[in-house]
Write a protein that binds this ligand. Structure first.
Ligand SMILES: NC(=O)c1ccc[n+]([C@@H]2O[C@H](COP(=O)([O-])OP(=O)(O)OC[C@H]3O[C@@H](n4cnc5c(N)ncnc54)[C@H](OP(=O)(O)O)[C@@H]3O)[C@@H](O)[C@H]2O)c1
Length: 248
């Protein structure tokens, strides 16, 4: 049975990855901070899909949490999903610097270090895949969140070319997905039109199809492929000005 380690596996997109991969008979390693919720998620997955599920409580913004997950990855996994992430309440430059750095640690440092920890085992077995969850925001100049996700896309694309032909690395760039994300970040999402909302299960299904055909960047849904294509035509300076006016 192949093994997948998913960070941020207790809610939203990470939980959808866990369900999808359990249905595909992967053994799972689930990472998040809330231990009770991890245990509950693991029990539900075991009961429903009959797969083995390990839980690994860890805060990826801390040295101790990162080291624990790195150590598990060195034992070997077939698929790593770097999904854990969040948005800060407020906009640059009004967010406390500690919160900004915490976001960089989870979105960038954790993605880099967990990828590095997973790669040697994958190289040895000459197979494996890494999905790094970025965002459509990566293609726009919309503050520190989009800057951190731009790093994830750029890193994933360059890593994909250097890890060798048998290992896949893909950045997943969803648009708005109905999860706990916006509430946790105290964002008012009420003005986002219904047709821009995606379902986490649909995002994961499309991502896994893209991974299977070897895409390096996955942008689920035609809607968001168009959003990114149009966004690329808008000068970065104009994007930044508009973002500043409309906020997040
Ligand atoms: N929802 C969207 O519209 C959207 C769009 C584009 C991209 N994304 C990206 O998709 C990813 C998943 O977001 P989501 O929408 O599914 O969010 P979510 O519903 O809020 O779930 C976040 C998950 O990450 C875990 N997590 C948060 N901080 C963590 C930390 N420091 N260490 C370990 N685990 C942590 C949470 O569990 P604990 O709180 O227990 O740790 C939870 O399992 C993120 O990278 C996000 O940036 C989301």
């Amino acid at each position: 049975m192949p093994t997948a380690l998913i960070t941020g596996a207790t809610a939203g997109i990470g939980a959808a990855f866990a369900r999808h991969l359990a249905a595909e008979a992967f053994s799972l390693v689930l990472v998040a901070r809330d231990e009770l919720r991890l245990a509950k998620t693991a029990d539900q997955l075991k009961l429903r899909y009959g797969v083995s599920v390990e839980v690994l409580p860890a805060d990826l913004s801390t040295e101790e949490g990162l080291a624990r997950v790195e150590s598990r990855l060195r034992d070997g996994v077939d698929l790593l999903v770097n999904n854990a992430g969040f948005g800060n309440a407020g906009n640059f430059p009004h967010v406390p610097v500690g919160n900004e750095v915490r976001m960089l640690k989870v979105h960038c440092e954790a993605v880099l270090r967990l990828t590095l920890a997973a790669l040697p085992g994958m190289r040895e077995r000459e197979r494996g895949a890494i999905v790094n969850v970025a965002s459509v925001a990566a293609f726009f100049t919309r503050g520190t969140y989009s800057a951190s996700k731009a790093w994830v896309v750029n890193f994933s694309e360059s890593a994909a070319t250097t890890v060798g032909p048998r290992i896949r690395v893909m950045a997943l760039c969803p648009g708005f997905v109905r999860t706990e994300f916006h509430q946790r970040a105290s964002m008012d999402a009420s003005g986002i039109p219904w047709f821009l909302w995606l379902k986490a299960d649909d995002v994961v299904r499309e991502a896994m199809r893209d991974l299977a055909v070897g895409r390096r960047v996955s942008i689920p849904s035609l809607r968001y492929k168009l959003v990114v294509a149009v966004g690329r035509l808008i000068p970065r300076g104009v994007q930044a000005m508009v973002s500043q006016r409309i906020g997040r």
